[in-house]
Design a protein around this ligand. Structure first.
Ligand code: B4P
Length: 217
């Protein structure tokens, strides 16, 4: 990680208007990366280690799908073909989840935001709570490794979006076209960090913990 970027991040965090007004120590992190990059896997470990709330929009959609709610039925039609669920649906669901947990030390956002309008909505929701996104951490994984991981998971997960290579490659394309600009959106504010997402789950967790400690200083 580049020292200049780290300094820019710390300055930005300490002297942001929100931080000066509230001295809020809520720590909000976006875990970012393509499908299958290990966001869900690593978010679980970060939650155990740092005591933050984990919000995975993918998990929220799968819960709704499992209960056959109208939201779940609508989301399934997009997820099955590897498309993003529309922002209006996703943002409303995220707001409900955040409203249900007003008193938290911080949040790890996993799989959200996936578009610029989702990022803008998140900034507003956090600002209403006197807080902000403090960092976006991108897991970098090669495409062939992603396809392998997701096809492996598809053998046992029952997830319809994981057992078809064409759908998986479409999800990766959607990530490049619609989601990857979200990293730059926060990086321009000095909040972007990149972590190598190849290797053992434990090694990646250590790299992420290193970034988390530097953010928390
Ligand atoms: P998500 O549930 O967010 O799922 P994901 O991108 O597939 O997975 P993730 O990166 O979390 O991978 P994981 O740790 O599980 O999204 C599913 C769908 O929901 C989207 O395609 C979209 O349609 C919809 N959706 C969700 N959020 C949305 C939003 N905000 N807006 C619109 N639509 C939205 O890891 C994958 C596999 O790799 C696992 O089997 C794991 O065991 C394995 N693995 C992890 N780390 C590994 C490692 N280091 N080595 C080897 N294997 C590893």
């Amino acid at each position: 990680m580049n020292i200049l970027k780290r300094l820019r991040f710390i300055t930005n965090f300490l002297f942001s208007p929100i931080h000066q007004q509230t001295k809020s120590r809520m720590t909000n992190i976006i875990l970012f990366g393509p499908p299958g990059s290990g966001k869900g896997t690593q978010a679980q470990l970060l939650v155990e280690r740092f005591g933050l709330l984990h919000i995975s929009t993918g998990d929220l959609f799968r819960y709704e799908i499992g209960n056959k709610t109208p939201l779940g039925i609508e989301a399934k039609s997009y997820i099955d073909r590897g498309a993003l669920v529309p922002d209006s649906v996703t943002i409303g669901m995220l707001k409900n989840k955040m409203d249900a947990s007003p008193e938290v030390k911080g949040i790890i956002f996993d799989g959200y935001p996936r578009t610029i309008p989702q990022a803008a909505a998140l900034d507003n929701l956090l600002s209403e709570r006197g807080s902000a996104v403090h960092a976006i951490i991108a897991l970098e994984v090669e495409e062939e490794e992603i396809v392998k991981r997701l096809l492996d998971r598809g053998k046992t997960s029952g997830r319809t979006d994981d057992n078809n290579e064409e759908v998986i490659r479409h999800r990766i394309q959607v990530y490049h076209n619609e989601t990857s600009p979200v990293f730059n959106y926060y990086d321009e504010k000095g909040k972007g960090f990149k972590v190598a997402g190849m290797g053992s789950i434990e090694d990646i967790a250590s790299r992420l913990a290193g970034v988390m400690h530097s953010i928390d200083k």
